[in-house]
Design a protein around this ligand. Structure first.
Ligand code: NAP
Length: 326
């Protein structure tokens, strides 16, 4: 059986590798994915042993949640961990981020309906707003937990100070934020705080949107309207340095008869500061391949060698981030 991890102080347990579903039904983010492909991606994940499915209201404005809910109908719900998120309000026609208790409570009810389930295993406040005291926002989720509607409480894209405020009453179980071998900015402060306080950490963009799979070469040329043409990781000289670091992973991957993507995912799985890694996918075969990372057991030396290869990539210095809320 694959390694199981416990979420925060709860009795929620999941495989150390989950599935990110921002491309599943997420037409506002990724225009070309058909519903059937999205359903297939989720089903393939579960069939290959993945138990945690990460979605959010804002992925397709509810459509990702609907497809995840539909895809899991054929499986044993009690074995799955559904994580979703809310904070975006588009009711005025513009995007507003809200964390007030009334709004979050309505969002949880709406997510339950779209997912077609009685409970959500992990509910995250997707982004912090400017006004709501964070302990109040989490207090609203705690009341929903007491009613059995959610099982674990999370926040996403919060600063360390906001996380500390959110955890004032000790209710916080899990934090989701951008973190990868290329963006290790939280490694020094946030991750040790989470570990000390028994709060799980779920990094997003673990494959740096595909770059860390090792599939790109030096002569890549994205069209101007492709966001990757503006992302800092794809700009020189950083891009060539990243490709050189990836080349150092290749012999380790070969030793395990694994791909670069599987080996990089295995690094997250072995990392004691990380609970569940949630790579996304746009094709079912990518999910099936990524699930195999759960069987790649890196030695301590291999883990350290990958660490060392990416040591210089602590900060993004310029360029756009895909994670920006607007
Ligand atoms: P990611 O996991 O870094 O990259 C996923 C992309 O890499 C896929 O869409 C696919 O794109 C490529 N890929 C994946 N597996 C591959 C394989 N085996 N071989 C080749 N290419 C492969 O980025 P992400 O999906 O955007 O982020 C992961 C998850 O984190 C999301 O799905 C979402 O659930 C979550 N997330 C959360 C937040 C938040 O604010 N909380 C923000 C962003 C994301 P191509 O085929 O196009 O190359």
């Amino acid at each position: 059986m694959s390694q199981q991890v416990k979420i925060g102080k709860t009795d929620v347990t999941a495989t150390a590798l989950g599935l990110g579903t921002n491309a599943v039904g997420g037409y506002n983010l990724f225009p070309n994915l058909k519903d059937e492909t999205g359903l297939d991606i989720v089903k393939t994940g579960v069939e290959n042993g993945i138990t945690l499915l990460d979605t959010a209201y804002v992925y397709g404005l509810g459509h990702s949640e609907e497809l995840v809910g539909k895809a899991i109908k054929d499986f044993d719900r009690s074995k799955l961990v559904i994580a979703t998120k809310g904070a975006h309000d588009f009711s005025t026609g513009e995007q507003v981020i809200k964390n007030d208790p009334k709004f979050l409570t309505e969002q949880v009810e709406a997510s339950l309906k779209r997912l077609g389930t009685d409970y959500i295993d992990i509910y995250y406040i997707h982004f912090p707003d400017h006004d709501t005291p964070k302990a109040e926002a989490v207090g609203a989720l705690q009341r929903l937990r007491e009613q059995g509607k959610i099982r674990a409480i999370g926040v996403s894209n919060f600063s360390l100070d906001q996380i500390k405020d959110a955890n004032a009453d000790g209710y916080l179980d899990v934090v989701e934020d951008e973190f990868s071998l290329l963006h290790q900015d939280h490694g020094a402060d946030m991750l040790p705080y989470l570990k000390e306080n028994n709060i799980s950490f779920v990094p997003y963009f673990p494959l740096a949107s595909g770059l860390l799979t090792g599939k790109y070469t030096k002569d890549v040329n994205f069209p101007k309207d492709d966001i990757r043409s503006q992302i800092a990781d794809f700009q020189e000289p950083r891009y060539s340095n990243i490709l050189a670091a990836i080349d150092k992973v290749r012999p380790i991957a070969d030793a395990h008869d694994a791909t670069v993507a599987q080996t990089i995912l295995a690094w997250y799985i072995k990392n004691p500061l990380i609970s569940v890694v949630i790579p996304g996918a746009k094709k079912p075969e990518q999910v099936a391949a990524n699930a195999k990372a759960m069987s790649v057991n890196l030695t301590d030396d291999e883990f350290k060698a990958i660490d060392a290869a990416f040591k210089g990539f602590k900060h993004i210095t310029s360029g756009k981030s895909l994670a920006d809320p607007d």
